[in-house]
Ligand binder design. Sequence first.
Ligand code: BES
Ligand code: MN
Ligand code: MN
Length: 470
Amino acid sequence: MQYPLEYDTFNFGVDMNPREYLDANKQKRLDDLFDFLRIPSVSAKSENKKDVQACAEWLSKQLNGIGIESKIMPTGGHPVVYGEKIVSPDNLTILYYGHYDVQPPEPLELWKTTPFEPLIEDGYIIARGATDDKGQLWTHVKALEAYLATGTELPVNVKLLMEGEEESGSENLERFIKDNAEMLKADIVVVSDSGQFGKDKPAVTYGLRGLAFVEVKITGPDRDLHSGSFGGSIANPINILGKIIGALHDENGKITIDGFYDDVKPLTNWEREQFAALPFNKDEYLAKTGSVGLFGDTDYTVLEQIWGRPTLDVNGITGGYQGEGAKTIIPSLATCKITMRLVADQDPMDICNKIEKHIKNICPDYVKCEVTKHGGARGVVVPTEGPWLEAAGEAIKSGFGIKPVFVKEGGSIPVVGTFKEVLGIDTLLLGWGQADDNAHSPNERFALKDFERGCYSALALIDEMSKVKV
Ligand code: BES
Ligand code: MN
Ligand code: MN
Protein backbone atom coordinates (compact mmCIF):
# COMPACT_ATOMS: atom_id res chain seq x y z
CA MET A 1 0.00 0.00 0.00
CA GLN A 2 1.26 3.46 -0.84
CA TYR A 3 0.88 6.28 1.63
CA PRO A 4 -0.38 8.93 1.59
CA LEU A 5 -3.52 7.43 0.12
CA GLU A 6 -5.72 9.75 -1.81
CA TYR A 7 -8.89 10.84 -0.23
CA ASP A 8 -10.96 13.78 -1.32
CA THR A 9 -13.06 14.36 1.71
CA PHE A 10 -13.36 12.82 5.08
CA ASN A 11 -15.88 10.03 4.84
CA PHE A 12 -18.59 10.70 7.35
CA GLY A 13 -19.75 7.15 7.56
CA VAL A 14 -23.31 7.56 6.45
CA ASP A 15 -24.73 4.22 5.32
CA MET A 16 -21.71 2.26 6.43
CA ASN A 17 -21.10 -0.27 9.12
CA PRO A 18 -18.12 0.25 11.46
CA ARG A 19 -15.91 -2.10 9.50
CA GLU A 20 -16.61 -0.37 6.22
CA TYR A 21 -15.90 2.89 7.99
CA LEU A 22 -12.46 1.64 9.00
CA ASP A 23 -11.89 0.49 5.40
CA ALA A 24 -12.91 3.89 4.06
CA ASN A 25 -10.85 6.02 6.43
CA LYS A 26 -7.34 4.54 6.37
CA GLN A 27 -5.62 7.79 5.53
CA LYS A 28 -7.64 9.91 7.92
CA ARG A 29 -6.90 7.46 10.71
CA LEU A 30 -3.21 7.86 10.04
CA ASP A 31 -3.33 11.64 9.61
CA ASP A 32 -4.93 11.99 13.02
CA LEU A 33 -2.32 9.71 14.58
CA PHE A 34 0.40 11.86 13.00
CA ASP A 35 -1.09 14.96 14.66
CA PHE A 36 -0.96 13.08 17.96
CA LEU A 37 2.66 12.05 17.37
CA ARG A 38 3.70 15.61 16.55
CA ILE A 39 3.10 16.74 20.13
CA PRO A 40 6.28 16.22 22.19
CA SER A 41 4.54 15.01 25.33
CA VAL A 42 7.67 13.96 27.21
CA SER A 43 6.53 13.50 30.80
CA ALA A 44 9.99 13.27 32.33
CA LYS A 45 11.20 16.74 31.36
CA SER A 46 9.89 19.94 32.90
CA GLU A 47 10.65 21.83 29.68
CA ASN A 48 7.89 19.78 28.01
CA LYS A 49 5.25 20.45 30.64
CA LYS A 50 3.29 22.71 28.26
CA ASP A 51 3.47 20.10 25.51
CA VAL A 52 2.11 17.41 27.81
CA GLN A 53 -0.77 19.73 28.69
CA ALA A 54 -1.31 20.54 24.99
CA CYS A 55 -1.37 16.83 24.23
CA ALA A 56 -4.02 16.25 26.89
CA GLU A 57 -6.10 19.05 25.40
CA TRP A 58 -5.70 17.72 21.88
CA LEU A 59 -6.70 14.23 22.98
CA SER A 60 -9.70 15.43 24.92
CA LYS A 61 -10.83 17.43 21.91
CA GLN A 62 -10.50 14.38 19.69
CA LEU A 63 -12.64 12.33 22.04
CA ASN A 64 -15.29 15.02 22.22
CA GLY A 65 -15.14 15.26 18.43
CA ILE A 66 -16.13 11.63 17.98
CA GLY A 67 -18.88 11.82 20.56
CA ILE A 68 -17.13 10.62 23.69
CA GLU A 69 -17.70 13.21 26.38
CA SER A 70 -14.33 13.97 27.82
CA LYS A 71 -12.54 16.20 30.26
CA ILE A 72 -9.06 16.95 31.48
CA MET A 73 -8.66 16.09 35.12
CA PRO A 74 -5.79 17.37 37.24
CA THR A 75 -3.56 15.07 39.29
CA GLY A 76 -0.57 15.98 41.42
CA GLY A 77 1.42 15.85 38.17
CA HIS A 78 0.44 15.72 34.51
CA PRO A 79 -3.30 15.57 33.90
CA VAL A 80 -5.49 12.61 33.10
CA VAL A 81 -7.77 12.70 30.08
CA TYR A 82 -11.01 10.97 30.94
CA GLY A 83 -13.86 10.21 28.58
CA GLU A 84 -16.96 8.10 28.65
CA LYS A 85 -19.93 7.02 26.63
CA ILE A 86 -22.57 5.31 28.72
CA VAL A 87 -25.16 3.72 26.47
CA SER A 88 -27.24 1.68 28.87
CA PRO A 89 -27.03 0.49 32.48
CA ASP A 90 -27.60 -3.03 31.12
CA ASN A 91 -24.43 -2.98 29.03
CA LEU A 92 -21.06 -4.20 30.19
CA THR A 93 -18.55 -1.43 30.77
CA ILE A 94 -15.05 -1.45 29.32
CA LEU A 95 -12.41 0.80 30.82
CA TYR A 96 -9.68 1.55 28.29
CA TYR A 97 -6.33 2.66 29.66
CA GLY A 98 -3.46 4.11 27.66
CA HIS A 99 -0.73 6.71 28.11
CA TYR A 100 -0.31 9.81 25.99
CA ASP A 101 3.11 10.68 27.41
CA VAL A 102 6.29 9.45 25.77
CA GLN A 103 9.91 8.79 26.66
CA PRO A 104 12.51 11.50 26.04
CA PRO A 105 13.74 11.20 22.45
CA GLU A 106 17.46 11.55 23.23
CA PRO A 107 20.02 10.78 21.90
CA LEU A 108 18.79 12.81 18.93
CA GLU A 109 21.85 12.20 16.79
CA LEU A 110 20.99 8.52 16.56
CA TRP A 111 17.61 9.18 14.94
CA LYS A 112 17.47 8.87 11.16
CA THR A 113 14.44 11.18 11.28
CA THR A 114 13.16 13.87 13.63
CA PRO A 115 11.38 12.23 16.58
CA PHE A 116 8.32 14.47 16.54
CA GLU A 117 7.97 14.72 12.78
CA PRO A 118 6.35 11.36 12.03
CA LEU A 119 6.78 9.81 8.63
CA ILE A 120 6.31 6.49 6.93
CA GLU A 121 9.25 4.52 5.67
CA ASP A 122 9.36 0.90 4.51
CA GLY A 123 5.96 0.20 5.99
CA TYR A 124 6.73 1.71 9.39
CA ILE A 125 5.41 4.78 11.14
CA ILE A 126 8.53 6.36 12.65
CA ALA A 127 8.25 8.75 15.59
CA ARG A 128 8.65 8.87 19.35
CA GLY A 129 5.46 7.32 20.76
CA ALA A 130 4.60 5.44 17.54
CA THR A 131 4.32 2.12 19.36
CA ASP A 132 4.60 3.27 23.01
CA ASP A 133 1.82 4.15 23.41
CA LYS A 134 0.15 6.67 21.12
CA GLY A 135 -0.13 4.38 18.10
CA GLN A 136 -1.50 1.53 20.15
CA LEU A 137 -4.03 3.51 22.14
CA TRP A 138 -5.16 5.18 18.92
CA THR A 139 -6.43 1.83 17.57
CA HIS A 140 -9.10 1.78 20.28
CA VAL A 141 -10.10 5.40 19.78
CA LYS A 142 -10.50 4.78 16.06
CA ALA A 143 -12.50 1.60 16.64
CA LEU A 144 -14.88 3.56 18.85
CA GLU A 145 -15.06 6.32 16.24
CA ALA A 146 -16.10 3.71 13.67
CA TYR A 147 -19.13 2.87 15.80
CA LEU A 148 -20.07 6.41 16.67
CA ALA A 149 -19.52 7.97 13.24
CA THR A 150 -21.68 5.38 11.53
CA GLY A 151 -24.48 5.78 14.04
CA THR A 152 -24.08 2.15 15.08
CA GLU A 153 -25.19 1.65 18.65
CA LEU A 154 -22.28 0.71 20.90
CA PRO A 155 -23.08 -2.65 22.50
CA VAL A 156 -21.00 -1.73 25.57
CA ASN A 157 -20.45 1.30 27.78
CA VAL A 158 -16.98 2.71 27.43
CA LYS A 159 -14.73 4.69 29.73
CA LEU A 160 -11.30 5.92 28.72
CA LEU A 161 -8.50 6.78 31.11
CA MET A 162 -5.52 8.30 29.33
CA GLU A 163 -2.56 9.04 31.51
CA GLY A 164 0.29 11.53 31.07
CA GLU A 165 2.84 10.11 33.51
CA GLU A 166 3.26 6.45 32.74
CA GLU A 167 6.79 6.84 31.44
CA SER A 168 7.68 8.59 34.68
CA GLY A 169 6.30 5.90 36.95
CA SER A 170 2.58 6.86 37.23
CA GLU A 171 3.28 8.42 40.58
CA ASN A 172 -0.03 10.25 40.91
CA LEU A 173 -2.35 7.74 39.31
CA GLU A 174 -3.05 5.54 42.30
CA ARG A 175 -4.31 8.55 44.25
CA PHE A 176 -6.41 9.59 41.23
CA ILE A 177 -7.96 6.15 40.92
CA LYS A 178 -8.75 6.00 44.63
CA ASP A 179 -10.36 9.44 44.46
CA ASN A 180 -12.38 8.56 41.36
CA ALA A 181 -13.20 4.93 42.03
CA GLU A 182 -16.90 5.39 41.41
CA MET A 183 -16.38 7.13 38.08
CA LEU A 184 -14.00 4.38 36.93
CA LYS A 185 -16.18 1.41 37.83
CA ALA A 186 -16.09 -1.12 35.01
CA ASP A 187 -16.27 -4.82 34.26
CA ILE A 188 -12.90 -5.13 32.59
CA VAL A 189 -9.88 -2.99 31.70
CA VAL A 190 -8.37 -3.11 28.21
CA VAL A 191 -4.78 -1.99 27.64
CA SER A 192 -2.79 -2.05 24.42
CA ASP A 193 0.69 -1.09 25.56
CA SER A 194 2.65 -4.29 25.07
CA GLY A 195 3.83 -6.41 22.18
CA GLN A 196 3.25 -9.38 19.96
CA PHE A 197 5.48 -12.38 20.51
CA GLY A 198 7.09 -11.92 17.11
CA LYS A 199 6.29 -11.08 13.50
CA ASP A 200 2.72 -12.18 12.80
CA LYS A 201 2.53 -13.72 16.27
CA PRO A 202 -0.08 -11.70 18.12
CA ALA A 203 -0.15 -12.25 21.85
CA VAL A 204 -2.16 -11.76 24.96
CA THR A 205 0.07 -10.81 27.88
CA TYR A 206 -0.83 -12.32 31.23
CA GLY A 207 2.02 -11.06 33.37
CA LEU A 208 4.16 -7.95 33.72
CA ARG A 209 7.13 -7.33 35.94
CA GLY A 210 7.09 -4.62 38.58
CA LEU A 211 9.73 -2.07 39.37
CA ALA A 212 11.67 -0.63 42.31
CA PHE A 213 13.79 2.49 41.93
CA VAL A 214 16.61 3.88 44.09
CA GLU A 215 19.33 6.49 43.69
CA VAL A 216 22.71 6.16 45.35
CA LYS A 217 25.01 9.03 46.21
CA ILE A 218 28.54 8.52 47.48
CA THR A 219 30.33 11.61 48.77
CA GLY A 220 34.07 11.68 49.39
CA PRO A 221 35.86 14.98 50.02
CA ASP A 222 33.65 18.06 50.18
CA ARG A 223 35.10 19.28 46.84
CA ASP A 224 37.21 17.83 44.03
CA LEU A 225 40.81 17.42 45.20
CA HIS A 226 44.15 17.29 43.41
CA SER A 227 44.72 13.56 42.95
CA GLY A 228 48.46 13.98 43.27
CA SER A 229 48.42 15.91 46.50
CA PHE A 230 45.78 13.75 48.16
CA GLY A 231 45.49 10.55 46.13
CA GLY A 232 46.11 7.41 48.16
CA SER A 233 44.98 8.97 51.41
CA ILE A 234 41.43 10.13 50.64
CA ALA A 235 38.99 7.67 49.06
CA ASN A 236 37.63 8.24 45.58
CA PRO A 237 33.82 7.97 45.62
CA ILE A 238 33.70 6.75 42.01
CA ASN A 239 36.05 3.90 42.85
CA ILE A 240 33.85 3.05 45.81
CA LEU A 241 30.61 3.26 43.83
CA GLY A 242 32.12 1.03 41.16
CA LYS A 243 32.92 -1.57 43.79
CA ILE A 244 29.46 -1.37 45.28
CA ILE A 245 27.81 -1.79 41.89
CA GLY A 246 30.14 -4.64 41.03
CA ALA A 247 29.16 -6.45 44.20
CA LEU A 248 25.43 -6.39 43.47
CA HIS A 249 25.60 -9.45 41.19
CA ASP A 250 27.61 -12.65 41.45
CA GLU A 251 29.41 -14.11 38.45
CA ASN A 252 26.29 -16.07 37.40
CA GLY A 253 24.12 -12.99 37.30
CA LYS A 254 22.35 -13.65 40.62
CA ILE A 255 21.62 -10.63 42.76
CA THR A 256 23.55 -10.69 46.02
CA ILE A 257 21.29 -8.46 48.14
CA ASP A 258 20.23 -10.19 51.36
CA GLY A 259 16.63 -11.37 51.10
CA PHE A 260 16.16 -10.13 47.54
CA TYR A 261 14.65 -13.43 46.36
CA ASP A 262 12.67 -14.13 49.57
CA ASP A 263 9.27 -13.46 48.00
CA VAL A 264 10.05 -14.76 44.53
CA LYS A 265 7.95 -17.80 43.79
CA PRO A 266 9.66 -20.50 41.76
CA LEU A 267 8.35 -20.83 38.21
CA THR A 268 5.73 -23.52 37.97
CA ASN A 269 6.22 -26.46 35.65
CA TRP A 270 3.17 -25.33 33.71
CA GLU A 271 4.81 -21.98 33.02
CA ARG A 272 8.17 -23.43 32.15
CA GLU A 273 6.45 -25.71 29.65
CA GLN A 274 4.44 -22.82 28.20
CA PHE A 275 7.55 -20.72 27.75
CA ALA A 276 9.53 -23.62 26.31
CA ALA A 277 6.78 -24.29 23.76
CA LEU A 278 7.19 -20.81 22.26
CA PRO A 279 9.63 -20.56 19.39
CA PHE A 280 12.84 -18.87 20.50
CA ASN A 281 15.93 -18.42 18.43
CA LYS A 282 19.08 -17.21 20.14
CA ASP A 283 20.68 -15.71 17.02
CA GLU A 284 17.53 -13.82 16.07
CA TYR A 285 17.33 -12.55 19.62
CA LEU A 286 20.91 -11.34 19.53
CA ALA A 287 20.33 -9.70 16.15
CA LYS A 288 17.17 -8.03 17.44
CA THR A 289 19.08 -6.52 20.35
CA GLY A 290 22.28 -5.80 18.45
CA SER A 291 24.26 -7.75 21.06
CA VAL A 292 27.18 -10.11 20.67
CA GLY A 293 26.30 -12.53 23.45
CA LEU A 294 23.84 -13.54 26.12
CA PHE A 295 24.31 -12.97 29.81
CA GLY A 296 22.14 -13.99 32.72
CA ASP A 297 21.27 -16.42 35.45
CA THR A 298 22.20 -19.70 33.83
CA ASP A 299 19.59 -21.62 35.80
CA TYR A 300 16.95 -20.08 33.53
CA THR A 301 16.16 -19.84 29.83
CA VAL A 302 16.04 -16.40 28.23
CA LEU A 303 12.24 -16.20 28.33
CA GLU A 304 12.31 -17.28 31.96
CA GLN A 305 14.92 -14.64 32.69
CA ILE A 306 12.88 -11.79 31.23
CA TRP A 307 9.38 -12.91 32.14
CA GLY A 308 9.74 -14.75 35.38
CA ARG A 309 12.79 -13.48 37.24
CA PRO A 310 13.72 -10.21 38.93
CA THR A 311 16.66 -8.07 37.83
CA LEU A 312 18.86 -5.21 38.95
CA ASP A 313 20.19 -2.63 36.50
CA VAL A 314 22.19 0.54 36.88
CA ASN A 315 20.49 2.96 34.50
CA GLY A 316 23.00 5.74 34.71
CA ILE A 317 26.08 6.82 36.57
CA THR A 318 27.65 10.21 37.04
CA GLY A 319 30.68 11.67 38.72
CA GLY A 320 34.00 13.33 38.11
CA TYR A 321 35.37 14.81 34.93
CA GLN A 322 34.36 13.58 31.48
CA GLY A 323 35.26 16.59 29.37
CA GLU A 324 38.04 16.82 26.83
CA GLY A 325 41.52 15.80 27.86
CA ALA A 326 42.66 14.81 31.32
CA LYS A 327 41.82 16.20 34.71
CA THR A 328 43.64 14.70 37.66
CA ILE A 329 41.20 14.82 40.54
CA ILE A 330 39.67 12.85 43.31
CA PRO A 331 36.06 13.74 42.61
CA SER A 332 33.83 14.76 45.44
CA LEU A 333 30.76 12.88 44.25
CA ALA A 334 29.55 9.76 42.51
CA THR A 335 25.89 8.94 41.91
CA CYS A 336 23.89 6.30 40.15
CA LYS A 337 20.31 5.34 39.45
CA ILE A 338 19.28 1.73 39.94
CA THR A 339 16.05 0.05 38.93
CA MET A 340 15.07 -3.49 39.75
CA ARG A 341 12.43 -5.43 37.82
CA LEU A 342 10.26 -7.36 40.23
CA VAL A 343 8.07 -10.38 39.86
CA ALA A 344 4.69 -10.90 41.49
CA ASP A 345 4.81 -10.96 45.31
CA GLN A 346 7.93 -8.82 45.63
CA ASP A 347 7.05 -5.54 47.31
CA PRO A 348 8.76 -2.46 45.81
CA MET A 349 9.36 -0.65 49.13
CA ASP A 350 10.57 -3.82 50.81
CA ILE A 351 13.08 -4.27 47.99
CA CYS A 352 14.17 -0.61 48.28
CA ASN A 353 14.76 -1.15 52.00
CA LYS A 354 16.77 -4.30 51.34
CA ILE A 355 19.06 -2.69 48.78
CA GLU A 356 19.55 0.33 51.05
CA LYS A 357 20.59 -1.90 53.94
CA HIS A 358 22.89 -3.92 51.69
CA ILE A 359 24.63 -0.89 50.19
CA LYS A 360 25.03 0.80 53.57
CA ASN A 361 26.54 -2.41 54.89
CA ILE A 362 29.15 -2.79 52.21
CA CYS A 363 29.98 0.89 51.82
CA PRO A 364 33.14 1.74 53.81
CA ASP A 365 32.79 4.38 56.51
CA TYR A 366 35.44 6.69 55.06
CA VAL A 367 32.87 8.00 52.54
CA LYS A 368 29.28 9.19 52.99
CA CYS A 369 26.56 7.01 51.48
CA GLU A 370 22.98 8.09 50.80
CA VAL A 371 20.27 5.94 49.27
CA THR A 372 17.06 7.60 48.11
CA LYS A 373 14.19 5.14 47.89
CA HIS A 374 11.48 5.87 45.33
CA GLY A 375 9.42 2.70 45.68
CA GLY A 376 7.79 1.59 42.43
CA ALA A 377 5.14 -0.78 41.20
CA ARG A 378 4.30 -4.38 41.86
CA GLY A 379 4.46 -7.01 39.17
CA VAL A 380 1.12 -8.37 38.02
CA VAL A 381 -0.36 -11.60 36.81
CA VAL A 382 -3.80 -11.55 35.20
CA PRO A 383 -6.09 -14.52 34.51
CA THR A 384 -5.13 -16.83 31.66
CA GLU A 385 -8.57 -18.18 31.05
CA GLY A 386 -12.18 -17.14 31.18
CA PRO A 387 -14.68 -15.42 28.90
CA TRP A 388 -12.71 -12.15 28.59
CA LEU A 389 -9.69 -14.03 27.33
CA GLU A 390 -11.84 -15.89 24.85
CA ALA A 391 -13.33 -12.64 23.61
CA ALA A 392 -9.83 -11.22 23.22
CA GLY A 393 -8.72 -14.32 21.34
CA GLU A 394 -11.61 -14.01 18.89
CA ALA A 395 -11.01 -10.29 18.39
CA ILE A 396 -7.34 -10.83 17.62
CA LYS A 397 -8.18 -13.64 15.27
CA SER A 398 -10.54 -11.31 13.47
CA GLY A 399 -7.91 -8.57 13.10
CA PHE A 400 -4.79 -10.66 12.51
CA GLY A 401 -6.25 -13.84 11.05
CA ILE A 402 -4.27 -15.74 13.68
CA LYS A 403 -5.05 -16.81 17.24
CA PRO A 404 -2.85 -15.18 19.88
CA VAL A 405 -0.30 -16.96 22.04
CA PHE A 406 -0.03 -16.32 25.76
CA VAL A 407 3.06 -14.53 26.92
CA LYS A 408 4.42 -12.59 29.83
CA GLU A 409 6.42 -9.41 29.37
CA GLY A 410 9.41 -8.06 31.23
CA GLY A 411 8.25 -4.43 31.19
CA SER A 412 5.98 -2.71 33.67
CA ILE A 413 2.67 -0.87 33.49
CA PRO A 414 2.28 0.34 37.07
CA VAL A 415 -1.46 0.99 36.97
CA VAL A 416 -2.45 -2.58 36.12
CA GLY A 417 -1.83 -3.67 39.71
CA THR A 418 -3.76 -0.65 40.96
CA PHE A 419 -6.81 -1.54 38.87
CA LYS A 420 -6.94 -4.89 40.61
CA GLU A 421 -6.07 -3.69 44.11
CA VAL A 422 -8.21 -0.55 44.24
CA LEU A 423 -11.05 -1.25 41.81
CA GLY A 424 -11.00 -5.05 41.86
CA ILE A 425 -10.92 -5.19 38.05
CA ASP A 426 -8.87 -7.52 35.86
CA THR A 427 -7.01 -6.24 32.84
CA LEU A 428 -6.73 -7.59 29.32
CA LEU A 429 -3.30 -6.80 27.90
CA LEU A 430 -3.50 -6.87 24.12
CA GLY A 431 -0.35 -5.57 22.50
CA TRP A 432 0.08 -4.78 18.82
CA GLY A 433 3.76 -3.77 19.03
CA GLN A 434 6.96 -5.69 18.31
CA ALA A 435 10.06 -6.14 20.45
CA ASP A 436 12.11 -4.43 17.74
CA ASP A 437 9.84 -1.39 17.45
CA ASN A 438 12.55 0.52 19.35
CA ALA A 439 10.38 1.62 22.24
CA HIS A 440 12.45 3.95 24.48
CA SER A 441 15.18 3.92 21.82
CA PRO A 442 16.06 6.08 18.86
CA ASN A 443 13.98 5.46 15.71
CA GLU A 444 10.89 4.22 17.51
CA ARG A 445 8.51 2.73 14.99
CA PHE A 446 5.22 0.92 14.58
CA ALA A 447 4.48 -1.23 11.55
CA LEU A 448 1.59 0.18 9.55
CA LYS A 449 0.37 -3.36 9.21
CA ASP A 450 0.30 -3.76 13.00
CA PHE A 451 -1.48 -0.46 13.41
CA GLU A 452 -4.09 -1.55 10.89
CA ARG A 453 -4.52 -5.02 12.35
CA GLY A 454 -4.71 -3.43 15.78
CA CYS A 455 -7.57 -1.19 14.63
CA TYR A 456 -9.56 -4.11 13.25
CA SER A 457 -8.89 -6.20 16.35
CA ALA A 458 -9.96 -3.30 18.56
CA LEU A 459 -13.14 -3.05 16.53
CA ALA A 460 -13.92 -6.76 16.81
CA LEU A 461 -13.12 -6.62 20.52
CA ILE A 462 -16.05 -4.29 21.20
CA ASP A 463 -18.51 -6.75 19.75
CA GLU A 464 -16.84 -9.82 21.29
CA MET A 465 -16.75 -8.25 24.74
CA SER A 466 -20.39 -7.25 24.59
CA LYS A 467 -21.28 -10.96 24.44
CA VAL A 468 -19.42 -11.86 27.63
CA LYS A 469 -21.61 -13.08 30.48
CA VAL A 470 -20.38 -11.87 33.84
N1 BES B 1 4.69 0.00 27.41
C1 BES B 1 5.71 -0.06 28.42
C2 BES B 1 5.61 -1.31 29.25
C3 BES B 1 5.97 -2.57 28.52
C4 BES B 1 7.24 -2.72 28.00
C5 BES B 1 5.05 -3.57 28.40
C6 BES B 1 7.57 -3.86 27.32
C7 BES B 1 5.38 -4.71 27.73
C8 BES B 1 6.63 -4.85 27.19
C9 BES B 1 5.58 1.15 29.32
O1 BES B 1 5.34 2.33 28.62
C10 BES B 1 6.87 1.36 30.06
O2 BES B 1 7.85 1.65 29.43
N2 BES B 1 6.83 1.26 31.37
C11 BES B 1 7.92 1.62 32.19
C12 BES B 1 7.36 1.84 33.56
C13 BES B 1 8.28 2.50 34.53
C14 BES B 1 8.67 3.89 34.11
C15 BES B 1 7.65 2.51 35.89
C16 BES B 1 8.95 0.51 32.19
O3 BES B 1 8.61 -0.68 32.06
O4 BES B 1 10.13 0.83 32.30
MN1 MN C 1 3.89 2.12 27.24
MN1 MN D 1 7.30 2.96 27.78
